[in-house]
Design a protein around this ligand. Structure first.
Ligand code: NAD
Length: 441
């Protein structure tokens, strides 16, 4: 029996029934498309468009046999989901995680479509993943798996068609191996532009200044645009972080540089607290050397429960999906929940937080800095240019401030919360382009 009676659930259920798709109300993809469709209903988006965005255009699944260092063989499952490309080439990260599932990748691809549209980037949305624990294999094994996975995707990616980037468990080195593999397949006349097949590459191999910190930097620009309007001054705030990887650690360091105080961090190794403040730079160096926050000497070890209950001004999940559920939301004491990770808050948790008066800033706005600087990298590769960090930051600031203002204006105009406003602002753009282009044939 159907249990969920929210508008989002009803919208998703209707579409899934029409498409004769199996659905489960606890499923991340069902929940996420539900929120997007709720925004579509507020805007009166045409039905054909709701059908189109409800399913990805392509779901590619590959299996990659790779010989390990000890001579044994393993078969790795990989995905690339291309959700929509009406605005431009598919764009989205590649995740390496041992528990990754197709529906998670579909959700992340859908969110990329929304994110690029909200930021008005000339990209569609995609996401990829490889089912592997990158910390459990040797560097040589990681390289072989990456090259084999890239070869398996070769016909479905390209600088004008689908452009991967780093995400959880991947980094600039993995992007370099992907680009190098792809270049080896490219025709001689296309080898120069072929490195634009991925972004987030190392600087010396066509990467962009400012890409590594871009997601955290973009988030700070969003907060600088939105927080003054709700009476919050970044220079006096305390904050906590789930995750201290790329996004978490850069967010921590850049917020600290603005005068905010990092009080608590939770990652896959444990949770730590220091009421007087944790030095975000020192913690970043510690995590680089030790693989996680556990054992950091200038903070006390705390339980996961205590982490969620620690009062802070800004609570920032920057790890995996659905980490903030209803039980956690009941414990959280903050003024603003800032979604640095993709889809970190379950719908029940969000409802509870909003009822308590917490402002929830949605991921497609907060973490759009990563794909924005990826776009700058792609542009530099196409034009054989190198921008300095100052120029990258200045352009990023402009894109993020405009996107944040777009969400504020839409929330006011439609009298809705920030998540619905961000989806609505994205859908307005996508819908205009569909109307102008038409749907083939
Ligand atoms: P990362 O691999 O660098 O870091 C992931 C972090 O999550 C690590 O600190 C890890 O300890 C933590 N983590 C993993 N499992 C956990 C658990 N069970 N409990 C607590 N913490 C756990 O990944 P990242 O690139 O920083 O990505 C983080 C999030 O930001 C993801 O949702 C990703 O999709 C999103 N994102 C990343 C980028 C980017 O440019 N890297 C851009 C936009 C959005």
């Amino acid at each position: 029996m159907d249990s969920c009676n929210t508008t989002a659930c009803q919208s998703a259920r209707e579409i899934f029934q029409e498409l004769e798709e199996y659905y489960d109300e606890h499923n991340l993809y069902f929940q996420t498309i539900g929120s997007v469709l709720e925004a579509a209903d507020i805007l009166d988006i045409p039905h054909y468009l709701k059908l189109i965005i409800s399913q990805p255009k392509n779901e590619i699944m590959v299996h990659c046999p790779v010989q390990m260092d000890d001579g044994t063989w393993q078969l790795f499952k990989g995905y690339r989901v291309q959700h929509n490309n009406v605005l431009g080439p598919y764009k989205g990260g590649i995740r390496y995680h041992h528990e990754v599932k197709l529906d998670e990748v579909k959700t992340l691809a859908l969110l990329m479509t929304m994110k690029c549209a909200l930021a008005r980037l000339p990209y569609g949305g995609a996401k990829g993943a490889l089912k592997i624990d990158p910390h459990a294999v040797s560097p040589r094994e990681l390289e072989r798996v990456t090259r084999r996975f890239t070869a398996a995707l070769e016909n479905n990616i390209g600088p004008d068609y689908d452009i991967p980037a780093p995400d959880v468990g991947t980094n600039a080195q993995i992007m370099a191996w992907m680009a190098d593999t792809y270049i080896n397949f490219a025709e001689s006349s296309k080898k120069v532009t072929a490195r634009g097949v991925v972004t987030g590459k190392p600087l010396e191999f066509g990467g962009s200044a400012g890409r590594e910190k871009a997601t955290g930097q973009g988030l700070v620009y969003v907060l600088e645009t939105i927080l003054p309007g709700i009476g919050i001054d970044l220079s006096t705030q305390s904050f906590s972080l789930i995750g201290y990887g790329n996004v978490g650690s850069w967010t921590g360091r850049l917020l600290q540089a603005k005068g905010s105080k990092l009080k608590a961090v939770l990652d896959h190794t444990g949770a730590i607290l220091n009421e007087s403040g944790i030095d975000a730079e020192q913690l970043a160096a510690y995590v680089r050397n030790n693989g996680g926050v556990a054992g950091y000497p200038d903070a006390q070890k705390i339980s996961e429960d205590s982490f969620y209950s620690t009062p802070v001004d800004l609570f920032i999940p920057a790890a995996l999906e659905q980490m903030v559920d209803l039980e956690h939301a009941k414990k959280i004491q903050c003024r603003v929940l800032v979604e640095a990770a993709n889809a970190p808050t379950t719908p029940n948790a969000e409802r509870h937080l909003l009822e308590k008066g917490v402002e929830v800033l949605p991921a497609i706005l907060c973490n759009a800095g990563g794909v924005t600087v990826s776009y700058f990298e792609w542009k530099q590769n196409r034009q054989s240019e190198t921008w300095d960090e100052e120029l990258v930051d200045e352009r990023l600031r402009k894109v993020m401030r405009r996107a944040a203002q777009r969400v504020l204006d839409t929330a006011k105009e439609l009298d809705c919360n920030m998540r619905l406003a961000s989806y609505a602002a994205a859908l307005q753009h996508i819908s205009k382009v569909y109307k102008t282009r038409g749907v083939f044939p």
